[in-house]
Design a binder for this molecule. Sequence first.
Ligand code: ATR
Length: 274
Amino acid sequence: KEVMGVIGYPISHSLSPLMHETAFKELNLEMAYHAFHVHPDRVEEAIAGIRGLGIKGINVTIPHKVSVIPYLDEVDELAKEIGAVNTIVNESGRLKGYNTDGEGFVRSLLEADVVLSDKRVLMVGAGGASKGVSLALAQHGLKEIVITNRTYSKGEELAENCSKFAVSSALSLEEAKDKLNDFDIIINGTSMGMKPHEDKTPISLDNLSDNAVVCDLIYTPLKTKWLLEAELRGATILNGVEMFVYQGALAFEKWTGMKAPIEVMRNAVLRQLG
Ligand code: ATR
């Protein structure tokens, strides 16, 4: 059996093994997927292990997405721009890093028949997750992407990065709230919404436009308080499961060269989160 896997710290709650094993089974592939618990001090050895053991593909999750980079042979352009790798492909001993998180998100929008070229996007947040998604979106050709973040300077820095590919600027949370109806797609890339009794939401939806698409990168819970609120206001909502499934599908396709069985992958994840 060929071996794939994921490295993270901690890793026991990862849904990637279940999702990929389900895909392998569906396509009758002789492949296995293992979750590797890798301490931050052991990243270099872990990467050497991929080469030594001939592991075909590895996903990289928190907190190793940045620290793996120096040990790879090559990093693709988008991953370089984002400064983080979530997928490694072993091409006969040469390790190449990719970032399929942002691309996965873009693909989930496209699969939901969202046309990006005429859209104004508001990203709430400027951490690692927001960066990956914002840069992938910017590279896909949008009308505009605006970043709003609690720490304004971080939002400004991300907007400057995005402006290499699309019209981009930063707003304070207060300004963004007032101008919310300017945006067609609004994305929560912050960690707000994961804690069960949190009463604050990433940004007030009072000024939400009709026909807006509201997305959360979080998938536990499946519907954050913020997404529920958006749904009540009549928005189309998209939760983080789609991005998770599509980032996995893109990794699967790079490793196997085969089209990923999206439906069974999504169902396996949803059954588990159910
Ligand atoms: P990740 O890699 O998951 O994106 P991160 O890099 O720590 O994690 O980023 C977390 C994001 O959530 C940041 O945009 C952060 O805002 P700051 O840059 O101001 O720290 C945002 N965030 C986290 N908790 C928040 C809160 N209580 N209110 C507003 N924003 C919050």
